[in-house]
Design a protein around this ligand. Sequence first.
Ligand code: EAX
Length: 325
Amino acid sequence: MKRLCLIFLFVFLFSTFSIFTYAKPIVLRLGHVVSTKAPYHVGALRFAKLLKEKTKGNIIIDIYPGGQLARGEREIIEQLQFGGVDLVVTSTGPVGGFVPSMLVVDLPFLFKDNNHVDKVLEGEIGKSLLEKLSKAGIKGLAFWENGFRNLTNSKRPINLPEDVKGLKIRTMENQVHIDSFRALGADPTPMAWGEVYTALQQGVIDGQENPINIIRTLKIYEVQKYLALTGHFYSPALILMNKKKFDKMPKNYKKALVEAAWEAGRYEKNFIRKNEARMLKELKELGMVVTTPDKSLFRKATESVYKKYENRFGKDLINKIINTK
Ligand code: EAX
């Protein structure tokens, strides 16, 4: 009899404990391809902190930086689509390959300045672009920032569009970028980010283009002498989530994910913008020869790209972006 009571007691305690055992937090894996010094990583840490606070520790983010999960952004977005990774921070560069309408933001000289960027991407136009990502099994949580892209090369200072002629320039895997550098007479070479530093070091390519923060934090100055402040593309960034995973989340967690994504995005943008001047000064101190070309000449030289894409994106949408105040 005593033995039977002990067995009942054990079963009761075990079942009680297991019912009230604290539910395990949800752990989401986040990947990006840049260094832990880069703004994407700063934003990802902020996102993780905010999300943990908003869900009282029930959602934890594990960050995999520096291309640990994939060599380039196209590949890591492919992993996101099939659920190999839950969240990705990426530039919009390769996203147009998954959702063509996203390519509109990559048109040369489309955005005037940071204020114009924020008005467009935090407004209705930005939100409608995020919604289009769902067709590719991707939940676009928010826009972050990569920044205005500038041209580096190892051959010569760039002051005029004709100085770009014949240079083998690495571009992202982005048809608008490829067409824009073709219009400048360059030889555009699309390449995953993880291969760029070595290709520059070996002279396989002459140049690449990226915002100041990438050139500085990914040490591109070590393999490039000349930096031209062309600002030829504005490169938005995105924080993306596997859509199936997002859709399965309870309503309050969905709200927390989107809120934390936008708040972390503003934090990341501010980090880029308040450190840009310091990073440029450091690039000069690290030996880069910096030129400040007349942007209007480069804008004119790439106008033909608009002709090619007006029908695809719609002249109305392009004008709506340009005229957003
Ligand atoms: O997203 O591939 C690129 O040039 C991107 O700007 C960089 O990886 C940051």
